[in-house]
Design a protein around this ligand. Structure first.
Ligand code: CO
Length: 173
């Protein structure tokens, strides 16, 4: 398993609902956490590792949880945003876009319904950074990438870096 990089077409493939939480499923999410920490990220969607299912992992500490860092590992399975409000405009990055950061306008508060790794139906309400991360990962599950939501100014700023990634993917560099 590895994190796919833009413009890999697999990143645009939407995830399918998870039917059953198996040991294999849990082993794959554990591997996703490992890859996410290695890349110092705080969220990773299954579609980013070429696994087209509706699940993402989150840990705002961006490193394995300890007593000190306050980190918490969350696995969101078949998640749905059931409420959102407010507006924010914050800079985001994405593990599938090394070196690319840009501003995205999103809801400031979201209510998310999902199944956890034990299959328990869960509802959380978040605002600020966790709310942004949730919306970013939800987009991945629909095959949607953050560059399509960037403000025009950010799109212009990252255009040359995207060209670089496209050239690398095509094997031209
Ligand atoms: Co991302």
């Amino acid at each position: 398993m590895e994190i796919l990089l833009y413009p890999d077409p697999k990143l645009r493939v939407p995830g399918e609902d998870v039917k059953k939480i198996t040991n294999e499923f849990l082993a794959k999410t554990a591997e996703m956490f490992r890859l996410m920490y290695e890349a110092r990220g705080l969220g990773l969607a299954a579609t980013q590792v070429g696994w087209p299912v509706r699940a993402f992992v989150l840990n705002l500490a961006a490193e394995p949880p300890t007593d000190q860092n306050g980190g918490q590992e969350t696995i969101c399975i078949n998640p749905r945003i059931v409420g959102e409000s407010g507006r924010c405009n914050e800079e985001e990055g994405c593990l599938s876009f090394p070196g690319v950061r840009g501003n995205v306008v999103r809801s400031d508060k979201v209510k998310l319904e999902y199944y956890d790794e034990k299959g328990r139906s869960t509802v959380i309400e978040e605002s600020g950074l966790p709310a942004i991360a949730i919306q970013h990962e939800m987009d991945h599950l629909d095959g949607r990438l953050f560059i399509s939501r960037m403000t025009l100014a950010s799109k212009l700023k990252v255009a040359s870096k995207l060209k670089e990634l496209e050239a690398q993917f095509a094997g031209e560099v």
